[in-house]
Design a binder for this molecule. Structure first.
Ligand code: GLU
Length: 284
């Protein structure tokens, strides 16, 4: 099997050290086995992504000395593909339209799950005439996965993380996740699953913050008859204050780190020394 992995940042801000760790890890794993390392820009969310951050991703990765294979994929250019996969899921009644506002979702939620409030299923109970009436009023729905119906077709989702081992998922912690947001017409789940297959990704390497999203991707792979890559969810790098890094916490970007005098070579050397302790693939 050819080893193909990817780095797939969303251009919603400048890359930080957590991104650099992920990119160096994926890059080095690919290079070590003569595989391929792809760069995919996950820019479906036009409300948050900005063109200058796309340019910055390219510049910052080059500054880290990383090279990628083939052209850069831009998800914003693939919306038609995501739409046709959504149409297929609609035709198979695996998704349903949801008209709930955030507030209605909160009011009917049974509680918090892995990724915020679990959806209470209000719109899953709408009849066809109620849906038609809402659409006729001009309401634009999100589309949610009929999770338990989907699982009744596929059986439990069993997948393997390179570090955490075999996982079995029966739908807990997530509920009827959004497969297409009303404002962008797709979702991270749909786009990432479709693109990992379209790019023949054999090994997905990403942070543990996405660990609980992976069973949704595996479920979609099963429903859409797509190949199933192997997964490694790596640890999240901590900043000096011991907090997990994320853009929303306003941690220092790579640019700031370079401006403050750390050169890219020593940063990458430091990251590689941390990676040396990470568990490798048992076999590729
Ligand atoms: N685009 C996602 C992010 O920036 C990562 C997606 C992935 O690696 O699956 O958090």
């Amino acid at each position: 099997m050819t080893f193909v992995t990817r780095f797939a940042p969303s251009p919603t801000g400048y890359l930080h050290i957590g991104h650099a760790f992920s990119a160096v890890l994926a890059h080095d794993q690919a290079r070590a086995v003569d595989g391929r390392f792809l760069l995919r820009v996950e820019d479906i969310d036009h409300t948050r992504c900005r063109p200058e951050f796309v340019g910055a991703i390219v510049t910052d990765l080059a500054a880290l000395g990383l090279s990628w294979d083939g052209p850069i994929w831009r998800q914003a250019e693939r919306m038609q593909t995501y739409r046709s996969v959504l149409d297929d899921l609609k035709a198979r009644e695996l998704v349903y339209p949801c008209f709930c506002t955030r507030r209605q979702v909160a009011e009917a939620s049974p509680g918090n799950g892995f990724d915020g409030l679990i959806y209470g299923g209000t719109c899953a109970r709408l009849g066809p005439s109620q849906v038609d009436a809402r659409l006729a009023e001009g309401a634009v729905p999100a589309w949610r996965l009929r999770l338990h119906h989907a699982l009744s077709l596929t059986g439990d989702v069993i997948w393997q993380d390179q570090e955490a081992g075999v996982q079995r998922w029966q739908g807990e912690g997530l509920g009827d996740v959004v497969i297409a947001r009303r404002d962008i017409g797709t979702s991270y789940h749909l786009a990432v699953t479709v693109d990992d297959a379209a790019q023949n990704i054999s090994h997905v390497i990403r942070g543990k913050d996405l660990f609980h999203q992976t069973p949704v991707h595996v479920l979609l792979q099963m429903l859409l008859d797509l190949p199933r890559p192997r997964y490694l969810h790596h640890r999240l790098i901590q900043d000096g204050m011991g907090r997990k890094l994320s853009k929303s916490e306003g941690v220092r970007s790579l640019r700031d780190i370079f401006t403050d005098g750390t050169d890219a070579g020593s940063l990458v050397g430091h990251l590689r020394s941390m990676i040396a302790g990470a568990s490798p693939w048992d076999s590729v």
